[in-house]
Design a protein around this ligand. Structure first.
Ligand code: ASP
Length: 333
């Protein structure tokens, strides 16, 4: 039985042996993926896919690794380190907007082709949380470290302690304090734009990374979806990967990225899976008209998808045929 055939056999049943049903949808609607259906999609490799415009330089950094025959895992780590280290990007890493007490607190996670994963949350004073998350994955028996424990671990691993609050972000925080004091981000404003990145390497392996300074002016101690495996990121090498951006609380309620991957396992294309996951987020969040949530997805064959609630979310996709492009995602509204 070919890889595709055995994949489809499991896909049609889901993990429990029962068909996967979502409201209003029959399983396995993609005719290209039906058992006995059309031909296998032509695989596209490598592929890099990232959220928002800062995904363009992230893809660029990852592409050098992918086209050199490197691992998707190395590509996604190298890719997201670019916005993490850029002080002009106020939603990730260094220069990220702080919480309501003026502290920059970071969340990140990473997942490789074998299902290994690592995560840090509420981490302060370390510029590259994604690399700490990778060390958690590779150097500890755990998946997730948080707060002071994550910082201790990072320092023990040789990471340098740094002030991540730039004068510009501090000034923005001072303005916020003086004006409205609201915590919930304005839709699509630069106060919440996580970098999530997925890559498929030449060997056909998938990995993903997700890193953020979270919602600007959040409560001290707040952790969003981005470091939570299954919510902000999920990768299954037999199926595909997904990552999320937007109001993390809404993504957590729907376990968004696990849902996207399970929908692909059930035969949905990456695009269909993202659209259905957005519907689920809407079902689970009565305030959905006031929030933004977006998903991107990449499957085993290099097919991509993206969808969001509100217009304004864009993503970067890099393929051998079409280069590195910024695309506006379709939206529910
Ligand atoms: N999802 C992130 C969080 O809630 C922020 C974002 O992507 O806009 O922390």
């Amino acid at each position: 039985m070919s890889d595709r055939r055995s994949f489809l056999k499991t896909a049609a049943l889901g993990t429990t042996g029962a068909p996967i049903l979502l409201s209003g949808c029959a399983p396995g609607a993609d005719p290209d993926l039906q058992e006995g259906g059309g031909p296998d999609p032509d695989p596209v490799r490598p592929v890099a896919l990232s959220t928002w415009a800062h995904g363009i330089p992230a893809n660029e950094a990852g592409w050098a690794i992918l086209t050199g025959g490197g691992r998707a895992l190395d590509a996604v780590e190298a890719g997201v380190r670019i916005p993490e280290g850029d002080p002009e990007i106020t939603s990730v890493g260094y220069g990220g907007f702080p919480d309501r007490f003026g502290r920059v607190t970071l969340d990140a996670c990473i997942m490789d082709e074998s299902g290994r994963c690592g995560s840090v949350a509420f981490l302060q004073e370390i510029k590259h949380p994604i690399s700490v998350a990778r060390r958690v994955m590779e150097e500890t028996p755990h998946v997730m470290l948080v707060g002071a424990g994550a910082l201790d671990f990072a320092l023990a691993q040789g990471f340098q302690r740094e002030n991540l609050l730039t004068p510009e972000s501090e000034a923005a925080w001072e303005r916020w304090k003086a004006t409205n004091g609201e915590t919930r981000p304005i839709i699509n404003m630069e106060n919440h734009d996580t970098i999530g990145m997925l890559a498929l390497d030449q060997a056909g392996n998938l990995s993903g990374a997700c890193t953020t300074s979270g919602a600007a002016y959040k409560y001290h101690g707040r952790v969003g979806d981005s470091p939570i495996i299954g919510a902000g990121l999920y990768v299954d090498n037999e199926v595909g990967g997904a990552t999320a951006t937007g109001w993390g609380e809404a993504v957590i309620r729907a376990v968004g990225c696990f849902l996207v991957v399970e929908l692909m396992r059930g035969g949905r294309s990456p695009q269909e899976a993202c659209e259905l996951a957005v519907e689920r987020v809407i079902e689970k969040n009565p305030d959905w008209r006031e929030i933004q949530v977006g998903f991107i997805a990449l499957d085993k064959w290099g097919r991509t998808g993206a969808f969001c609630i509100q217009p304004g979310f864009n993503y970067a996709v890099y393929t051998p045929e079409e280069g590195n492009r910024l695309i506006d995602a379709g939206s529910r509204v």
